[in-house]
Ligand binder design. Structure first.
Ligand code: A3P
Length: 267
């Protein structure tokens, strides 16, 4: 459910949005974020920003409901400025899943597309994204712990993925994934004029990116982060934190229940 208590007075944009990197999750989006930050596009929004800022979630849920479930007003420039007004660039989902709206709202932004070999992408996406967004441990977090903590991160991530992949469950996402992946890149190529678009190949280093964005080439190696093991470690840490928060919440209730039962038996 959308948080209706969210203040409606919007935040103004503080920096022009100059770059939309619209490749799907598991196509090197975190490396691209680090590269863009290094090139001074501050801030560059990535999916981890959404997870690290639960206060952004009601707006992502609102945008998802409007786009994929026809509930509420679709996001336009005013709403995107409110949510992404501090950003000079974006990478990854959720932004890539709203590529049409962002292209329309920021026609002056340059566009980057990173596409991987489809089977390598699918393996990485299934293992790193679908399997961590669904599953027994995640169900407990999404259905019980997060609602009790008053956050909706897992629920919104699930809705976004189901909406984007036109699915009603994770297996259907798996079935649709390759087709939707190809359609995503095809639609963006058709929508963006060639001079505004960079097709960036992972492994090609800084030069194509810096040339496209008019920036000097940094001395450091081009980033390579968020490999499968690193993502798993991050997700495990998030889940552990959620279970601990849930345990802390129910500990006093459990203690009272134990005390009540003990008292009743000893009476
Ligand atoms: P694997 O899971 O196959 O290791 P994202 O940051 O979008 O989630 O994408 C991470 C995936 O892109 C990981 O794939 C990671 O290894 C790969 N990747 C990230 N940066 C890369 C780079 N500079 N060159 C090649 N692959 C890269």
């Amino acid at each position: 459910m959308t948080d209706v208590s969210r203040p409606r007075n919007r935040h103004p944009r503080t920096v022009p949005l100059q770059v939309l990197s619209l490749g799907l999750p598991r196509t090197g989006t975190k490396s691209m974020q680090e590269a863009l930050l290094k090139l001074d596009f501050k801030h560059t929004y990535h999916g981890f920003d959404m997870i690290d800022h639960p206060e952004h979630m009601p707006r992502w849920e609102e945008a998802t409901d409007a786009k994929y479930f026809k509930k509420g007003k679709p996001y336009g420039r005013e709403e995107w400025d409110d949510l992404l007004g501090h950003c000079a660039a974006t990478t990854d989902s959720p932004c890539a899943l709203f590529w049409e709206e962002l292209l329309e709202s920021y026609p002056e932004a340059k566009v980057i597309l990173v596409q991987r070999d489809i089977e390598k992408w699918y393996a990485s996406f299934d293992d790193g994204v679908i399997s961590s967004t669904w599953g027994p441990g995640t169900d407990i977090i999404v259905n019980y712990i997060e609602p009790a903590l008053g956050v909706n991160i897992g629920r919104t991530c699930r809705k976004m993925l189901l909406g984007f992949f036109g699915a009603s469950n994770p297996d259907e996402i798996r079935r649709n994934a390759r087709d939707v992946y190809l359609q995503h890149y095809g639609k963006i190529r058709a929508a963006v004029p060639k001079e505004r678009l960079l097709e960036y190949q992972l492994g090609s280093g800084w030069s194509p990116l810096c040339e496209f964005l008019g920036k000097d080439v940094p001395k450091e190696e081009f980033p390579w982060v968020n490999e499968a093991a690193a993502l798993k470690e991050k997700i495990d840490a998030i889940k552990k934190e959620k279970f601990l928060a849930g345990a802390k919440m129910i500990a006093p209730v459990l203690a009272m229940a134990v005390a009540a039962v003990t008292y009743w038996y000893r009476r």
